[in-house]
Design a protein around this ligand. Structure first.
Ligand code: G3P
Length: 213
């Protein structure tokens, strides 16, 4: 399963570069950086991590989405254009995908949206599990349904689990066969940290010190 870091923080990306397959951003994540030069920030991110970097259009109109997406693609060959699962976003996905530009259909909340994303040739589709959980629905059940539909029909679009709120989302996504997941650094940290590992090392060190005397 590919693991993306959901951030535009270059220090985080450098820290975890060995574990991640790329980066995803969105307008809220970019806004947090207060970057004076958007293109420069995206180029820096692309030069810091191996793998695709998802960059989201802000326009909601087909023609403007195309223009933004084509501009993003010129910044770096690793840019993956993020588009919303709307009528215009799906159409822009089809056009950009036909031009060989990687696409990530985001703000996906239903299997029907994911189905159309696959039919429009999306490279990735990003179902938001956390935001569905937030309104009392089961985000991970949506992942299970989409993974099954894509398997039954042999779609090449990759399921990129997004809006991840806890370690359980990561494990469940992996167990269900999701192709990819994007996580904030706080969740990535939980993937390798465990209190028993820390405690075990303390005991080993304490016992070893007795031997070395
Ligand atoms: O960047 C896409 C997604 O992972 C953001 O999710 O719900 O944490 O804003 P959320």
């Amino acid at each position: 399963m590919e693991i993306f870091l959901d951030t535009a923080d270059l220090s985080e990306i450098r820290l975890y570069a060995d574990f991640i397959d790329g980066v995803t951003t969105n307008p809220s994540i970019i806004a947090k950086r207060n970057a004076s030069d958007f293109d420069e920030l995206i180029k820096d991110i692309c030069q810091t991590v191996a793998g695709l970097v998802s960059v989201e259009v802000i326009s909601e109109i087909y023609d403007e989405m195309l223009e933004e997406g084509e501009q993003f693609a010129k910044i770096h060959s690793n840019v993956c254009v993020k588009l919303p699962c709307t009528f215009d976003g799906l159409r822009a996905c089809k056009s950009l995908s036909l031009n060989g530009i990687a696409t990530n259909l985001t703000l996906c909340f239903s299997s029907a949206q994911a189905l159309l994303a696959a039919k429009c040739g999306a490279t990735y589709v990003s179902p938001f599990v956390g935001r569905l959980d937030d309104i009392g629905q089961s985000g991970i059940s949506l992942i299970e349904e989409i993974v099954n539909i894509f398997c039954v029909h042999g779609y090449e679009t990759k399921v990129l689990v997004a809006s991840v709120r806890n370690l359980q989302h990561v494990i469940q996504a992996a167990a269900l066969g999701a192709n990819a997941i994007t996580v904030p650094s706080t969740i990535l940290k939980q993937c390798f940290e465990h209190p028993l590992t820390t405690r075990g090392l303390e005991i080993f060190e304490k016992d070893w010190k007795k031997v070395k005397k």
